[in-house]
Design a protein around this ligand. Structure first.
Ligand code: GLC
Length: 502
């Protein structure tokens, strides 16, 4: 793999708790992941990004980290994690882990110490009374009280106290944590809530000081050679976003502008052009993301009248046409894979899993649900344990009862059912990622004028990608169709379909 493997990589997101269960307790784990590495190799990915695997009370699916230097016992042990890294590397798969620098867990050693000893509170945001009226991103006040009467800040759940980045110990701690895992072989970090670290009287989003943290982290990463930093940076302003990708800061960041786009030719073209225009001058590769563990699954989203994604759950349960959504999700996948830069695949996307919108309320675990007073259903619907095989739940996920229930209808969507079906979503992803490795990834594109309803471009390798977002079929340009997301007959590309031509 090249020295700059990350510039054009296909990165598969593993939500460990829902990937595969190796010990029968109903929760996914490292044993399950290790037993499925060949599946990922055959899918054709270059790297795995794992959501937090650290010891955690799971108040926010592991984003409440109690110890940054160990593994959650439900997932396995540190020794197992080390074995997993070696095994992935043997298959030429890189390993990226999550780091959560904005907040910790109320069960962390530092927070417990702060509770016992008021003199040890400067690593967090403690005050005699709330310093502002900030609301938690999950709903409710961002301040909670401790038994002795002081208050602490938590931008997310009360179980996730925010660190005070004005304290040098916090800097030292995270640099040590990066080293701890780099020394164990991890190839990079996905940085959670990366723009929120600093707080001031005016707010907390994207304060200038935060860039000094990532400049320092970049120096640490560079000491280990070809290790990467990937930012979770939700910022509507693309100029501000691109500042995180300057040559001495992070390597890449998730493209949430593209993820949030409607299935609409003008909006998608705008987003692609904006992305290229902001990334090219600083030499950072764009990323293309259709889903993750926080957002509505594309099959469901693209089947609605409003196909945008926005946080808050407002579109939850609005009618979705499953066939339309499935067709568009296939077309979107080939579009995303063909664009210059790296591409992300969130587990289950390759199986075409829909959002599970009818979960019984009593099984919902996402703090968004409870903290919004039930008005926001939360993100459990995109975190359902994967269906691997068989005719009924748990569909080969493990031997125990999965921590969230799987729909009976998923028998048609198991990896086993799709593996030999050449028309399946899984086959589309496998073939697409395989061709992508040879012909796509890092580089540039040249737009082809094919009208307002069609997105068409040619890549450096000569491969042309055409997506028809109009209602009527359009004639394809000359060339041989090597892959298409739907039926192409007589050189005509149907509505909501992407074709690749050489
Ligand atoms: C990020 C994660 C999300 C988590 C939040 C708080 O947005 O992706 O799952 O709830 O940060 O850590």
């Amino acid at each position: 793999m090249s020295q700059t493997w990350w510039r054009g990589a296909a990165i598969y997101q593993v939500y460990l708790r829902s990937f595969a269960d190796g010990n029968g307790d109903g929760a996914g784990d490292l044993a399950g992941l290790r037993s499925r590495l060949t599946y990922l190799k055959e899918l054709g990915i270059d790297a795995i990004w794992l959501n937090p695997w650290y010891p955690s009370p799971m108040a926010d699916g592991g984003y409440d980290v109690a110890d940054y230097r160990d593994i959650e016992p439900v997932f396995g042990t540190l020794a197992e994690a080390e074995r997993f890294i070696v095994e992935a590397h043997e298959l030429d798969i890189k390993v990226i882990i999550d780091v959560v620098p904005n907040h910790s867990s109320t069960q962390s050693a530092w927070f417990k110490e702060a509770l016992e000893n008021p003199a040890a509170r400067d690593r967090f945001w403690f005050a005699d009374e709330p310093l502002n009226d900030w609301q938690s991103i999950f709903g409710g006040s961002a301040w909670s009280q401790v038994p002795d009467g002081q208050w602490y800040l938590h931008l997310f759940a009360p179980e996730q106290p925010d660190f005070n980045w004005a304290n040098p110990e916090v800097h030292q701690e995270f640099e040590d944590v990066l080293r701890f895992w780099f020394e164990r072989g991890v190839d990079g970090f996905r940085i959670d809530s990366a723009a929120l670290l600093y707080k001031s009287g005016t707010g907390y989003e994207d304060l200038d000081e935060v860039h000094d943290v990532y400049r320092r982290w970049r120096e640490v990463a560079d000491e280990y050679g070809e290790r990467i930093l990937i930012g979770e940076v939700w910022l509507p302003d693309q100029e501000r976003f691109a500042r995180y990708l300057r040559p001495d800061e992070m390597h890449t960041a998730f493209n949430f502008d593209f993820l949030s786009c409607a299935w609409d030719p003008a909006d998608l073209r705008r987003s692609i052009e904006l992305t290229l225009d902001t990334h090219t001058p600083i030499g950072a590769p764009p990323t293309w993301v259709l889903s993750n563990h926080d957002v509505t699954r594309p099959v469901t989203r693209y089947g609605r009248i409003d196909t945008t994604f926005a946080h808050g759950g407002a579109l939850h349960g609005t009618p979705s046409d499953p066939e339309l959504g499935y067709r568009r999700a296939r077309a979107a996948a080939l579009l995303a894979m063909a664009l210059p830069g790296s591409v992300y695949v969130y587990q289950g996307e390759e199986l075409g899993l829909p959002e599970v919108e009818d979960l019984p309320n009593e099984v919902r675990q996402d703090p968004m649900y409870a903290r919004s007073g039930g008005t926001n259903p939360g993100r459990d619907g995109c975190r359902i344990p994967l269906p691997w095989s068989g005719e009924e739940p748990p569909f080969g996920f493990g031997t125990g009862t999965p921590w969230l229930p799987q729909p009976e209808s998923w028998r048609k969507l198991t990896a086993e059912a799709q593996r030999t079906d050449l028309g399946s979503m899984l086959s589309l992803y496998r073939t697409g990622l395989g061709l992508r490795r040879k012909l796509l990834g890092d580089g540039t594109l040249t737009w082809l004028p094919m009208g307002e309803q069609v997105l068409a471009f040619t890549r450096d390798s000569g491969l042309t990608c055409v997506t028809n977002l109009g209602a009527d079929p359009v004639p394809l340009p000359a060339g041989e169709v090597v892959l298409a997301s739907g039926p192409v007959e007589d050189g005509l590309l149907p509505s909501d379909t992407t074709a690749w031509l050489t």
